[in-house]
Design a protein. Structure first.
Length: 198
């Protein structure tokens, strides 16, 4: 029964022309029980308010600081960071204004490293290595007004491949609390005002 319902959902999703979307993205998590926040951008196609396929880029900033040897006998204090490209699928579980609930799964490929200042107001990267991660989550939002909503969610960052040079593996629970601006609704209000009267 469940497989049939999911199959019907996918079939219905592709019955209508897809709509492009663009959004600022972000979430909060932990590394060594300290804050680790990710921000980035995402763009893709939405299908009949059922499915969304997207790609993007995320940057992870942590509060973890270590002393690292950047040259023989030379040590700097560096922060653990990472940057990665993502691709993923979001399945809309429930969509009835003002509520929406969805199940996004993202695959990320990129690098983690120590970011340290060199004393010249510039930053360098040390112990850089590749990472692969998977981020399943359950997210939702409540639309306060047509253009603005409150977003929320929980999930987990699973490190499929770690940077072996850095002891912190970055696997962690994650949570989302943010203000959402619905750019498609803003666009309609500005460029398609007649549609609002229908």
């Amino acid at each position: 029964m469940v497989h049939a319902q999911i199959g019907n959902t996918f079939a219905e999703a592709f019955e209508k022309k897809p709509r492009p979307f663009f959004q600022l993205d972000g979430y909060n998590s932990f590394v060594r029980k300290r804050g680790a926040n990710a921000i980035g951008v995402k763009a893709g196609l939405g299908f009949n308010k059922k499915l969304r396929f997207g790609i993007g880029y995320m940057k992870l900033f942590t509060d973890v600081v270590d002393s690292i040897e950047v040259k023989p006998g030379v040590y700097y204090r560096g922060e653990v960071k990472s940057g990665y490209f993502t691709t993923g699928l979001e399945y809309i579980i429930y969509d009835h204004d003002p509520w929406q609930l969805s199940f996004p799964v993202h695959l990320g490929i990129g690098n983690s490293y120590y970011d340290y200042p060199d004393g010249k107001r510039t930053h360098n990267k040390a112990l850089k290595g590749s990472i692969v991660l998977l981020e399943p989550a359950v997210t939702g939002h409540y639309k306060v007004i047509r253009w603005v909503g409150v977003g929320f969610g929980v999930g987990y960052r699973i490190m499929i491949k770690n940077n072996t040079q850095i002891t912190d593996k970055l696997s962690s629970p994650l949570y989302v609390l943010k203000l959402k601006v619905f750019l498609d609704e803003v666009y309609k209000s500005v460029f398609q005002p007649d549609d609002n009267k229908k």
